[in-house]
Ligand binder design. Sequence first.
Ligand SMILES: Cc1cc2nc3c(=O)[nH]c(=O)nc-3n(C[C@H](O)[C@H](O)[C@H](O)COP(=O)(O)OP(=O)(O)OC[C@H]3O[C@@H](n4cnc5c(N)ncnc54)[C@H](O)[C@@H]3O)c2cc1C
Length: 450
Amino acid sequence: MNIFLHRDDLRTHDNKALKKASENGKVLPVYIDDPRISERTGRNKKAFREKNLQKLDEFYREKGSGLIYREANTSDQLENLIKEFEVDKIFFNRSYTPVKRRIESEILSFEVEARVFKDRLLVEPVELSKEYGTFSPFYREWKKIEKDRKHGRPNNFAKVDVEKFRPKTKVGIDLPAAGESAAITKWEEFKDERLQSYKDKRDDVGEPESVSRLSMYYGSGVLGLRKVLEDIEELIEQSDDSNYIRNFAKYRNELAWREFFYQVLWHNPETVQNNYRDFDNEIKWKNDSQEFEAWKKGMTGVPFVDAGIRELRETGYMHNRTRQNVASFLTKHLMIDWRKGARFFRKHLIDHDTASNTGGWQWAASTGTDSVSIRIFNPVKQGRKYDTHAEYIKRHIPELRGLDPNSIHNWVEMSQKERNKYDIDYPNPIINFNQRYHVGKKMFENALGK
Ligand SMILES: Cc1cc2nc3c(=O)[nH]c(=O)nc-3n(C[C@H](O)[C@H](O)[C@H](O)COP(=O)(O)OP(=O)(O)OC[C@H]3O[C@@H](n4cnc5c(N)ncnc54)[C@H](O)[C@@H]3O)c2cc1C
């Protein structure tokens, strides 16, 4: 009998280590909620994970088995299970964050043979010829590396008598549908209906369905990446419309961004905490607590930024375009340390992923892998460009629903007298927007020794 340890792979389709375990004997499926990981997991993500664990348990029960679930230190629990069952080997998929790497090395030091597989990434950092600090050259090599084919679902499970798994984490948001069938259906609908316009429409924040919203499924490993990549490559191969091909390829490119950030984290595990880039001088963050509170509540008086934060608080998700803007605004205009923002995201995001979150925050804060030295997003211009009709802003800021799109986008720039005319309960900008742009830029220039 082999233990298969679910980690960031809450699925049975296209799951490499699970498939390998089943080829070598009956599988005993296990999930261990290790406090070293759960203390770093936000409630929304935890609740979503539990819903997925419940689906997994249901699947295993249908096969006459069940999911063994424990809340404890991974190594201790595995040792108990090895004593309790006649375990030949332990199978699991590799994870790449510093804590999960530590847990992996503990398991690999057991007397019982443990086998670990590539599954969470299409290309692992060690398969690349070198470490990359920018995306484009990384992507050129990433594309050339041959990827594994997807794996079928195993059907060879050990009989165990375990209690039904019941989710217990309560949250105040509506969670997306859980389970691999839901994830596959979502992917197939997106592929059939919207992938062909993904590149053209992905920045249209007013249209929530222009992006796939699959990040929480990739994050918890509910959807297999090999399956998605094979589908995309098949579409590219079969299509003779160059416009469609461009759109299909963009999705593959975005999946590679995810892998790029894993590659950065793998080589630089300390960047979860430390700046990726070297600075001549320390960055003199302002870290004003009132401004940080206003940002966290979506009450900065900058509508595009506030809409993003409120989307996050209400749904556990935020569009990529607004993630970039709220992160840039926090670090450049408010001059607040990116680590505070990254922790706030971790608390709320259902799709929180250490590599993408750290990478995304450091990129937007100009402490990371961006090739532009100091990039400062202008959230007013960005709002006008990507949410022209202010649909996104109105969706998330009810106070502004009575205003026409122009007035909403002009909110920061209009005079106090004009704002007063509207008599609405939405704040004035908490900072002098233009002046702060220059102060924030100066803070970074000083740090860079310019
Ligand atoms: C400050 C900041 C923090 C972020 N934190 C996270 C996070 O914790 N978890 C997370 O999954 N993504 C994070 N991202 C990346 C990106 O915003 C999300 O992956 C994306 O918005 C998810 O929505 P989607 O699935 O509809 O994306 P789609 O546009 O449909 O893209 C498809 C998939 O490609 C990947 N992807 C797309 N854009 C990126 C990107 N810029 N970086 C890495 N992967 C990408 C994701 O896996 C995504 O699901 C962050 C970005 C920023 C700027």
